[in-house]
Design a protein around this ligand. Structure first.
Ligand SMILES: CC(C)(COP(=O)(O)OP(=O)(O)OC[C@H]1O[C@@H](n2cnc3c(N)ncnc32)[C@H](O)[C@@H]1OP(=O)(O)O)[C@@H](O)C(=O)NCCC(=O)NCCS
Length: 147
């Protein structure tokens, strides 16, 4: 993939594309507002958005959410670059354990150092998120990485 690749902080103007991507991929978006986009990172090629990832920080605990790379930009390392950048950002905010819920990407996150954890062992801050309560328990895997 050629072009100028960047990862930048999200902003309210990314909201329409973010919610469209999430609904296209069947990932939760009902709890998102334009203000939340500041907690997102957006990957772009030549200033065209091609991927994103979100963080919900709760002190030392954080929720990684909404990782998406556009279909025609996949398998170029953009997903890993977004996860790396989010981990760096989370560390700077004082997050020491990053959690996520995934429907079918657990093998992807295992490769990035995340471990599967029994859903009942999610910390209360994670259990209180809309992502945790809105996703069907039987369909999702809970994962954690210590930063
Ligand atoms: C998961 C996703 C973000 C990866 O993006 P990407 O930019 O292609 O990822 P990378 O380039 O860093 O890694 C590509 C590798 O991951 C593998 N991979 C991608 N999705 C995977 C999945 N769901 N499970 C296992 N492996 C996966 C690819 O096969 C490729 O493997 P290879 O290196 O052996 O060729 C992208 O496939 C996507 O947007 N999927 C739909 C949304 C989704 O499931 N998001 C996760 C929500 S928690």
């Amino acid at each position: 993939m050629s072009g100028d690749r960047k990862i930048r902080q999200g902003s309210g103007s990314d909201f329409p594309v973010a919610t469209r991507w999430l609904s296209d991929m069947g990932l939760p978006s009902a709890d998102l507002t334009p203000e939340h986009m500041q907690q997102f990172l957006v990957a772009s090629v030549d200033d065209r958005p091609v991927g994103m990832i979100g963080l919900e920080p709760f002190g030392k605990t954080g929720l990684l959410r909404s990782l998406i790379v556009a279909r025609n930009s996949r398998r170029n390392g953009l997903g890993k670059a977004l996860v790396d950048a989010l981990e760096t950002r989370a560390s700077r905010l004082g997050v020491t354990e990053l959690w996520l819920l995934t429907i079918d990407a657990e093998r992807y996150f295992l490769r990035l150092g995340y471990a599967i954890v029994d859903r009942a062992k999610a910390p209360p801050e994670i259990q209180a998120t809309q992502e945790y309560s809105s996703l069907c328990p039987g369909d999702t895997v809970l994962m954690r990485k210590y930063l």
